[in-house]
Unconditional design. Structure first.
Length: 347
């Protein structure tokens, strides 16, 4: 709270390159949706891009670390008026002209502008966006609270189809609690789709206690193997790596503290597959029905599904496709999967 509310006032205040990764190109659908978001929320943008999964019509989505709500309002358009978006953010600090930074969960702000809290800024634009989108009722809400304690904010078991997060979990001291809460609020078949920073090894105590490195998403980075073990402990299936890119520090003093540890910015998807799932190795065919992904669906680093082409998948992927919101988009039939299909993390 102190680092994002007080220390960082502009881009030049950043001490590393970790939070200024170049954004990936956006599709026309996302560019158009972003154009309709209030300019106050998109005036400043730093980071590695949006965390937007596919197949969102009518979904209920929870955004962990929603900041001033830019991503929530973008998602509001993609789920439609029958869907629902909840944003939750912990920052109480009164900060100036807030624009959701990504992957930073909180803003970097210019001086001498009106001060508001993150949640206040998000809330004050609800009516504007609902009118802009042509909605008769609001399909967004914003809550103040901690992502480790979603129950304290009133979020019920099995109430969301998707949980998203953009480089926020590394700022939480208790990662297991965050994943456990995400698992709890997800419906059976639900997905956690999130980006974060990961380390190539367990970090030393000096690094973990360094205030600047915490604030810049490095000292709290999880050793990537620990993500796999924690995810399975709380009930998720094996994490599916979507993409990963190396992070450079660009600060000799901080590099000396970190030592030989390397960092990556990575996007994963985790699925809450029902216990009674009976899927085995299968052959699947993508029907091409997901908007903006009609020709092919790049599901993760291992699986790209092209319309009309049969693909062998293992039992775990078959269970994910069969139980999730993607089920209606695939024809799935039992069959022996190709044993050479790559598995695991590519970090």
């Amino acid at each position: 709270q102190d680092y994002y509310g007080k220390e960082l006032q502009e881009l030049e205040d950043l001490k590393t390159n970790a939070c200024v990764t170049l954004a990936r190109p956006l599709s026309k659908v996302l560019r158009d949706a972003l154009e309709r978001v209030h300019k106050e929320l998109v005036a400043r943008y730093y980071g590695c891009g949006l965390v937007i999964p596919e197949c969102l019509e009518s979904c209920r989505i929870l955004d962990l670390g929603s900041g001033s709500g830019r991503d929530c309002y973008l998602l509001s358009q993609l789920v439609g008026e029958q869907g629902h978006i909840t944003g939750i953010d912990m920052t109480k600090e009164q900060v100036q002209h807030i624009a959701r930074a990504s992957p930073l969960p909180h803003c970097i702000n210019p001086p001498s502008l009106p001060s508001y809290s993150q949640v206040e800024v998000a809330k004050k634009h609800i009516a504007y966006h609902m009118d802009k989108f042509g909605y008769q009722k609001a399909n967004v809400e914003f809550l103040q609270g901690y992502i480790e304690k979603l129950g304290d904010a009133g979020l019920a078991d099995e109430s969301y189809d998707i949980v998203i997060s953009n480089c926020v979990i590394n700022l939480a001291p208790d990662k297991r609690a965050v994943l456990h809460e995400a698992y709890r609020v997800l419906k059976p078949g639900g997905e956690m789709y999130f980006s974060d920073v990961y380390a190539s090894q367990c970090l030393n105590e000096t690094t973990r206690k360094h205030t600047v490195l915490w604030g810049e998403c490095l000292a709290g980075a999880l050793y990537w193997r620990d993500l796999y073990s924690i995810a399975k402990e709380v009930g998720f299936k094996t994490p599916c790596l979507v993409s990963a890119s190396p992070i450079t520090i660009g600060n000799k003093e901080l590099e000396d503290i970190i030592g030989n540890c390397c960092f990556v910015s990575a996007t994963f998807r985790l699925f809450k597959v029902p216990d009674n799932s009976q899927a085995g190795p299968s052959q699947v065919i993508y029907g091409g029905g997901i908007p903006d992904h009609e020709g092919e669906l790049v599901f993760d680093a291992n699986f790209t599904f092209k319309k009309g082409e049969m693909v062998d998948v293992d039992a775990e992927m078959a269970a994910i496709l069969q139980s999730s919101r993607f089920a209606e988009e695939f024809m799935i039939q039992a069959g022996k999967a190709n044993t050479t299909t790559p598995q695991g993390c590519c970090c």
